[in-house]
Design a protein. Structure first.
Length: 309
């Protein structure tokens, strides 16, 4: 690429990383007033579906409706959104947003052994050391007593790890079985519709439905902003992959985590112990070692069905 293109694509990469990184602290704000996770997930899916539906209408591509596409929508909705976002919203109510950003960046490291088991990847010593680095980062978060602001937060770390595990399974499902000939926007739109249909009765039945006819505060606006930002930056990521290639675009993974920590400090006033900073350094090293070098990937640390985090 030319120098001008490199400058442009690097600028886009920074914007995408800053945008994606902001969704964790925004999610922290969204749960701050006690909104239940089913209600939050329902509205984030509705907002995302509305925006992606506009994109699909603008492109004139339509949405395939058949047995294969519905299967993909349902799997992405449940495995890639409903279950992991439920646990993420529950965990982020009790954990620092910056810690959640670090844990979410473990997705490629968790995905690697799953891919080995499915026969998608071959063993790589470099990526194995990346997996060990990520494990070391998690141990620095949970072992030292002075790592987390409150020792009681330790109990929420396992719940926070559910989301990256499910996103890792989702990514491997897409890699092995594909998305029925659709593009990422179509899959996200269809999965958002299915996910909304699943979570609406759950939100109503559990008393977690959020009535939009209310006085909106920071929590409600944060939810809208998080859902809208994800759709915009995901579309931007797909554009960047097409222009600069996936190997270049996937570097946004580092920026998402870094910006996630910085946004948490700026928006939420969070501060971190030396153990958390060391954990961040280890996890970023692990991401660097585990990331593929010469083959395309669909998304960075965020997965195809991750419409809110």
């Amino acid at each position: 690429m030319t120098r001008a293109e490199l400058f442009l694509f690097t600028g886009v990469l920074l914007v995408l990383g800053a945008g994606w990184g902001s969704t964790q602290p925004l999610s922290k704000i969204a749960v701050s007033t006690g909104h239940g996770f089913f209600g939050l997930i329902f509205w984030q899916l509705v907002i995302g579906a509305g925006l992606m539906g506009g994109v699909i209408l603008g492109r004139g591509t339509g949405l395939p409706i058949n047995r294969a596409s519905l299967k993909v929508f349902a799997i992405i909705a449940v495995v890639g959104t409903v279950i992991p976002n439920s646990t993420s919203y529950s965990a982020i109510a009790h954990l620092p947003s910056g810690v959640m950003s670090i844990l979410m960046s473990l997705i490629p490291m968790i995905a690697f052994p799953i891919a080995l088991g499915l026969g998608i990847e071959r063993f790589s010593l470099r990526r194995f050391f990346g997996l060990l680095a990520g494990l070391g980062g998690v141990l620095l978060l949970v072992v030292p007593e002075a790592s987390l602001p409150d020792a009681a937060m330790l109990a929420w770390i396992p719940l926070a790890l559910v989301a990256p595990v499910f996103y890792a399974f989702e990514g491997n499902y897409v890699a092995k079985w594909g998305i029925a000939g659709m593009d990422a926007v179509q899959v996200l739109f269809g999965a958002s519709l299915i996910g909304a249909l699943i979570t609406l009765p759950l939100a109503i039945g559990t008393g977690q439905f959020i009535n939009p006819v209310r006085v909106w505060g920071a929590a409600e606006w944060a939810l809208v902003a998080s859902a809208a930002i994800h759709v915009v930056v995901y579309a931007g990521y797909i554009w960047l992959v097409g222009r600069a290639g996936a190997v270049f675009a996937v570097q946004v993974s580092y920026l998402v985590t870094g910006f996630g920590v910085l946004w948490a400090m700026f928006l939420l006033g969070e501060s971190y112990s030396r153990y958390i900073w060391a954990a961040l350094a280890l996890v970023m090293t692990g991401v660097f070692l585990v990331q593929p070098r010469k083959k395309d990937t669909l998304a960075p640390q965020t997965s195809i069905g991750d419409t809110g985090h």
